[in-house]
Each structure stands twice: as C-alpha cells, then as structure tokens.
Design a protein around this ligand. Structure first.
Ligand SMILES: CC(C)(COP(=O)(O)OP(=O)(O)OC[C@H]1O[C@@H](n2cnc3c(N)ncnc32)[C@H](O)[C@@H]1OP(=O)(O)O)[C@@H](O)C(=O)NCCC(=O)NCCS
Length: 170
C-alpha cells in the first residue's frame, strides 16, 4: 500500500465566534470547539485514508485561553501516525483577536478509524513524517495509542509495552 506524507493530510478551517457559540461567561462554549475540532480532524483522516472514518477516541484536550465572541479561530488538523486501520490526528487551535494578534490556545489529539461499507476497520496507508515536530509526534504516538487502549479497557496494562514505567506489573 502506498504512503502519504503528514503534509498531505493537513486540513485547515477558520471560524468566526458568534454570540450563539458562547456560554453565559461570553466565552466560546467548549462543546462547540470540540465539535469544530472533531469535524476538521475527520477531514484530515479522510485526506489520509480516502475512506469514511469514525472517531474512536479523543485524548488530551486542553483549553488554555478563553476565546470570546468576535475572535477568529483557526483549526489545523494533521495526521501524526497511521497504524493498521486507525490514525492519530493532532488538532492545533489558534485565535486571532480584533487587533489581529494571534496565539495558540488549544490542542487535542483524536483517534479515527477508517471503515468499509460494512463498518469494519480497513487498512490505511502508512504515514511519512518529514519535519522535526512531525517526527516527534510520530515517535510518541504508539505510547499514546496504548494509553488510550488501556483507558478504554481494550488492552491490559501488562500488554502495554510502551508504558511499563507507568503500569508497574510484577
Ligand atoms: C472505532 C470502531 C470502528 C473500532 O472497531 P472494532 O471492531 O472495535 O475494531 P478493532 O478493535 O479492530 O479496532 C480498530 C482500530 O481502532 C483502534 N481503536 C479502537 N478503540 C480505540 C481507542 N479507544 N483508542 C485508540 N485506538 C482505538 C484499535 O487499536 C485498532 O487500531 P489498528 O487497526 O490501527 O491497530 C468501533 O468501535 C466503532 O464503530 N465505534 C463507534 C465510532 C463512532 O460512532 N464514533 C462517533 C461517536 S459519536
């Protein structure tokens, strides 16, 4: 099966935060941002696999700075590693205020699974990292996959080869 570079999987979207996207504190509702991140990550997953993909897990969502109505929010999704049918996708979120000042405000890590017409997981292309950051995220992705599987009850801690220092087993 052919390979794809991380760059080929990039999906970018910019949103204007409207009053109906905000909570009673007038900051962006976290659930709305989650939906935007899920959507952009699914586009990146499709660009990598060329298949319909479903969200298998969402890990490490962090909300570092509040986002307010009128801000421009840019979401960038990129596949960091592909396994057999699953792929890890980083979503980096930055915000631009009314003065044009831009800063990174959120990050999330998604796992998507490519499926066939019967909803069965299907093989996807390998991913080739090119930049230093892409290589770093690629190298650490197996550790995060195992952690996600252990937390979901899909893997025994004793089988998580990359996590032995966390799950000390006799
Ligand atoms: C995700 C799904 C397709 C997995 O199907 P499954 O029959 O359990 O298949 P498998 O156990 O073979 O897992 C398939 C892949 O997903 C990975 N996976 C499954 N759950 C995972 C999790 N919680 N974290 C990380 N990876 C996970 C497996 O490791 C495997 O990866 P690999 O093929 O790259 O090695 C299935 O559980 C599903 O359809 N879930 C619902 C998805 C959905 O509706 N999402 C939207 C939520 S509203």
């Amino acid at each position: 099966m052919f390979k794809k570079t991380a760059k080929e999987t990039i999906a970018i979207q910019t949103k204007l935060v409207m009053p109906n996207d905000t909570n009673p504190m007038d900051t962006l509702f976290g659930g709305r941002l989650m939906a935007w991140m899920d959507e952009i990550a699914s586009i990146s997953a499709f660009r990598h696999s060329g298949r319909i993909c479903v969200t298998a897990s969402i890990n490490n969502v962090s909300f570092e700075h509040p986002i307010v109505a009128g801000d421009f929010v840019t979401l960038e999704a990129k596949v960091s590693r592909a396994f057999n049918s699953s792929m890890e996708i980083f979503v980096d979120v930055s915000v631009e205020d009314a003065m044009g000042k831009r800063k990174k405000c959120n990050e999330a890590i998604f796992v998507f699974v490519a499926i066939d017409q019967f909803r069965n997981p299907i093989q996807i292309p390998d991913l080739v990292p090119e930049t230093e950051l892409e290589q770093k995220r690629f190298d650490s992705a197996l550790r995060r996959k195992q952690l996600s599987l252990v937390l979901a009850g899909r893997m025994k801690p004793s089988e998580a080869t990359e996590l032995q220092s966390i799950f000390e087993t006799e």
